[in-house]
Write a protein that binds this ligand. Sequence first.
Ligand SMILES: [Zn+2]
Ligand SMILES: [Zn+2]
Length: 95
Amino acid sequence: MERLYSRHFDRRSMKYTSILTGDYTTCYVCGKPAEEMHHIFHGADKKLSEKLGCMVPLCRACHNRVHHEGGELDWELKEEAQRVYLIRTFGRCYL
Ligand SMILES: [Zn+2]
Ligand SMILES: [Zn+2]
């Protein structure tokens, strides 16, 4: 079987988990091979993102998009993370 992990990305050597996906080999946004982990709440909340699993695997192009275009995609990921986190916490979604 072909190795799916890219050179820069290896699940086994990674200390992060994601509450949004169990698949760390494909980009959460476009489905291409993932290369980097994105902190959904970055900046001051970066450490909290790591702790809560608010991370998503992204390919480099999508990662650049989130950070440089920001806006909608950044917001969508934040919204999704908050929704999943609430479901995990309350056992259901109230949104
Ligand atoms: Zn992508
Ligand atoms: Zn990022």
